[in-house]
Design a protein around this ligand. Structure first.
Ligand SMILES: [Zn+2]
Length: 103
């Protein structure tokens, strides 16, 4: 993934890997940093509930490989979980970045 360091040095860089940091309350911050100036960019936050949903979506996605699976249903289920994850991630991020959670 190519991006540029908009918040700091403005140099373009390639995101090679995400790092994970534990915050309080079982919350994890997934982020990457600029290789030039170490400016940190948060990709998303997860809590135990979101991580459980991520496990569940992976399990659903594995069903695509099953020739007997009803692909339409699997795709629908996948979309449902994806929407839930997105909604919860947005809410969690707003909660954390709006204050209330220290490091
Ligand atoms: Zn930078």
């Amino acid at each position: 993934m190519k991006t540029s360091c908009d918040a700091s040095c403005k140099k373009p860089f390639e995101v090679e890997e995400f790092q994970t940091d534990r915050i309080s309350g079982g919350i994890e911050k997934v982020y990457f940093s600029c290789p030039h100036c170490q400016q940190e960019y948060v990709a998303f936050y997860t809590d135990p509930e979101i991580r459980e949903l991520q496990v569940r979506i992976r399990r659903v996605q594995q069903r695509f490989a099953n020739p007997k699976a009803d692909i339409g249903k699997v795709a629908q289920r996948e979309a449902e979980i994806k929407a839930q994850i997105k909604e919860k991630m947005n809410a969690l991020r707003a909660r954390i970045e709006g204050g209330g959670y220290g490091k």
